[in-house]
Design a protein around this ligand. Sequence first.
Ligand code: AMP
Ligand code: MG
Length: 533
Amino acid sequence: MKSLAKITHLDQLTFDNRFIGELPADEEPLNTRRQVFGACYSKVLPTQVAKPHCVAYSYEVADLLDLSDEVCVSNDFTQVFAGNRLANGMESYATCYGGHQFGNWAGQLGDGRAINLGEVINQRSERWTLQLKGAGATPYSRNSDGLAVLRSSVREFLCSEAMYHLGVPTTRALSLTLTGETVVRDMFYDGNPRAELGAVVCRVAPSFTRFGSFQILTARSDTSLLKTLADYTIRTDFPELGEPSTAVYTQWFSEICRRTAEMIVHWQRVGFVHGVMNTDNMSILGLTIDYGPYGWLENYDPNWTPNTTDADIKRYRFGRQPAMAYWNLVQLANALYPLIERVEPLKAGLAVYNDTFEQGWQTMIAAKLGLTVFDETLCSELLALLPLVETDMTIFFRQIALIDSNLELAQSVDHAIEQLADAYYLPEQLTADYRERLNHWLSAYIQTLKQQAVPNEVRREAMNAVNPKYVLRNYLAQLAIDDAEQGNFAKIHELLELLRHPYHEQTDKQQFAAKRPDWARQRAGCSMLSCSS
Ligand code: AMP
Ligand code: MG
């Protein structure tokens, strides 16, 4: 491809701002908290901040915007992506949406601490919406301040990029900027507020429209605006479906179901737990969106959620994510019903979710085990075994790729057990009964591998391409945050670089592939997070 000239000043970006150009605006100009009817967005300016400092940026995302390195290290970049200046063509706004929170309809939510800067059209004619998270109050801020703290911003910045490099559909993060101001937060809502460093992340995605963007309109019986937003979304983000019509609405819903299923298969593959799968946190594009109290499985436990706000019911625990995505799609189907007015096509869309997920999950789990065809018995027995003793998911799947299927069966099983030793947190849990069951499973698995007759090296390479060596372990993010709060950002840069190549052995970075250390088992931020951010 022809190499394209990079932009040397942010004022050279091309914005088309179609969202606000084509959709109706809130007529009230004042930035006061309120219900907004008959509009998709409110114009609002980011809040000025005292002393912004750009902590990190992603050059891959800068590249999507055609930005040169020179721009990214400039003071102007820091000012613009902290919200202190609008570059030429930026028109800032917050969008209106609603949502079901933890199963209950919550009414209007909206961009309470996100301010969109407009949509860039890059030199490849791609559309990228820029959005500042934590840049101050909007009409949708309800009883909060519209700000974000460093700890949650580090987590969003690193995880968006880590997910992208893992091959998981996600919104991206361009920059992480300290505001130079403090924000008071009660991290565990337990009466212990403290002043934390304020920060802003610039997020980037083709669109930030959510299931809740449609739900709010149907909840208010505003079918006319529902149709306007649906037509806009189809024309802008799903042009391959053709001009909107009843048939196209149906296809569109199926496509959202398909993409959502694919995203969830990826989450289950890498051990990602979103933590707050409310319908306002579900992207209409099937992207992972709104990184809050998310976490990564350390020991494989389908019942785990990092979110202390959800500790009792565990609605959004790892093993429940597929069912919760389906539940959310049912809510979206209800929201789109006025456009289609028939239940059958919506049911067909939901069936696409189930089929895509089931098929995708089987293919995924087979690939994680290097099986050329899915084997129900082998897979379900393994997934029953893993949670019985604390087994590190990421290490287990990397190590099991080392099996030598050329050895005699008994030797191969012994060798496998040696390889897997490092995956266990509490070796004393490996009772004689457990070992026997594991041996039995390994024998069956290795026999299958022998029948497949795929050379060790070939199988290993294929497995390592779907089983990451490095993920953003909860404690690694927390260590980077601890340092960042003291003004040292080296670990943020180190993790960003490490996670660019999650599937590659990085010989000098083995420590980042290690199991969660014991101190992190119960530490806040490592295994327990809340929605406070
Ligand atoms: P979340 O659980 O982060 O997806 O947020 C749910 C809703 O609360 C969304 O409408 C957010 O915009 C809003 N919200 C979260 N944190 C803040 C904050 N600090 N200030 C204003 N609104 C917020
Ligand atoms: Mg949200």
